[in-house]
Design a protein around this ligand. Structure first.
Ligand SMILES: Nc1nc2c(ncn2[C@@H]2O[C@H](COP(=O)(O)OP(=O)(O)OP(=O)(O)O)[C@@H](O)[C@H]2O)c(=O)[nH]1
Ligand SMILES: [Mg+2]
Ligand SMILES: [Zn+2]
Length: 302
C-alpha cells in the first residue's frame, strides 16, 4: 500500500506543511528518513505514510532525489544548510534604493544560482523611489534578464508574474529589498508579513524568518526566503568560477595558459575583454573577490 506524495510548502518546528493531491496536510519526519535526510526543506517531494497518525499528522516515509538544491552557509560560516529543493529559477531581488543596492552582493547570489545550475534573473524593486536604470543596464549587459518593479503602482509586476507561471521559483536577496511585498503583489490574497527599513542602519529588519513556498494561481510555485545578511560562495571549484559568470563564459578557454585564473596572467582573454569594455571591469572585480575568497577558505576536509 503506497501513501500520498506531496511537496513541502513550509516547516514549523518539527511539523511540515505538505501539499498533496488531497489538499495540504501536516507531517513529521520518521526515524529512518530523519537519519538520511535530516534537513527536509521547502520544495522537497516527499512520500507520506498511507494513513495519518494521531492528531491527523502523517509520517514522512521518504524523500525523492532532489533535482536541484539551493544552499546557504550556516551562520558559523562552516558547512552549508539547504534552503529549498527542486527550484528551477532564482530571482535575485534588490531595491534600487532604501536599502542601497550592493551590485557585488547581487553578483554573489547570481553565482550561487549558477553554481547550482539554476537559471537566475535580477529583479530591481522600488523603481518608484529610483528608476535603477544604470543597475539594470549592468546586469543586462552581463546577460541576465532584468525586471524593474514597484509594488506602489504595480509597474512591472505583470511581466514578472507571467515569467513565474508554471515554474518553481525562489526569491532571494537582502533584507528589506521587498521580496515578501512582491509576492503579496503577485499573488492576490496573500498576506506575507513585510517589515520596515531601519532608519538607524538603513537596512531591512529580517522580517521573513524561514522559507515558505506559495502555490501560484494559474500554476507554479514561488518560494519566499529570509534576506541574507551575509552570503558566502561555497562548493564552487575555484577553477570553474569563471563559468558562473555568463559574461565571461564566451572567453573561457581563450587564455594563453590553460590554468589561467584571470588575475594578472599575460595573454588573459578575460582581462583583455574587460579592457575592451566587453566585460564590465566591475563584474571582473566581483569575480576576483570571489576567487580570492574561495581560494582562501578552508576545505571541508581540512
Ligand atoms: N517605495 C517602495 N517600498 C517598497 C516596495 N516594495 C517593498 N517596499 C517596502 O520595503 C520594506 C521591506 O519590504 P519587505 O517585503 O518586508 O522586504 P523583504 O525583502 O521581504 O525583507 P526580509 O523579509 O527582511 O528579507 C517594507 O516597508 C515595504 O513596504 C516598493 O516597490 N516601493
Ligand atoms: Mg520578507
Ligand atoms: Zn585568463
Amino acid at each position: 500500500m503506497t501513501g500520498l506524495r506531496g511537496t513541502v510548502l513550509e516547516r514549523d518546528g518539527a511539523v511540515y506543511r505538505v501539499a498533496t493531491p488531497d489538499g495540504v496536510v501536516r507531517a513529521v519526519l520518521r526515524g529512518k528518513v530523519k537519519r538520511d535526510t535530516p534537513h527536509v526543506v521547502v520544495g522537497d517531494r516527499v512520500l507520506l505514510d498511507s494513513e495519518a497518525g494521531s492528531g491527523e499528522v502523517y509520517g514522512i516515509a521518504g524523500v525523492e532525489e532532489r533535482r536541484t538544491l539551493l544552499e546557504r552557509r550556516t551562520p558559523e560560516g562552516r558547512g552549508t544548510r539547504p534552503v529549498a529543493a527542486n527550484i528551477d529559477r532564482v530571482y535575485v531581488v534588490s531595491a534600487t534604493t532604501r536599502p542601497d543596492p550592493i551590485p557585488q552582493l547581487i553578483d554573489r547570489l547570481l553565482v550561487v544560482a549558477e553554481a547550482n545550475h539554476i537559471p537566475a534573473a535580477v529583479v530591481l524593486n522600488k523603481i518608484d523611489l529610483d528608476p535603477g536604470e544604470v543597475l539594470a543596464a549592468r546586469f543586462r549587459k552581463a546577460g541576465y534578464e532584468v525586471f524593474r518593479t514597484t509594488v506602489k503602482s504595480g509597474e512591472g509586476i505583470e511581466a514578472l508574474r507571467e515569467r513565474l507561471l508554471n515554474h518553481v521559483s525562489v526569491v532571494t536577496g537582502p533584507s528589506g529589498a521587498g521580496k515578501s511585498s512582491l509576492l503579496n503583489a503577485i499573488q492576490p490574497g496573500l498576506t506575507l508579513r513585510t517589515g520596515e527599513i531601519s532608519r538607524k542602519i538603513g537596512r531591512g529588519t529580517h522580517t521573513t524568518v524561514s522559507a515558505v513556498m506559495i502555490p501560484l494561481e494559474g500554476g507554479g510555485y514561488l518560494v519566499d526566503t529570509p534576506g541574507f545578511s551575509e552570503v558566502g560562495v561555497w562548493d564552487v571549484d575555484p577553477r570553474h568560477l569563471d563559468e558562473c559568470f555568463p559574461d565571461m563564459r564566451p572567453f573561457v578557454g581563450g587564455c594563453r595558459y590553460g590554468d589561467c585564473r584571470h588575475m594578472s596572467e599575460p595573454g588573459c582573454a578575460i582581462t583583455q575583454a574587460a579592457e575592451r569594455g566587453v566585460i564590465d571591469t566591475d563584474r571582473l572585480e566581483s569575480y576576483r573577490m570571489l576567487l580570492a575568497e574561495l581560494e582562501g577558505q578552508p576545505k571541508e576536509w581540512e
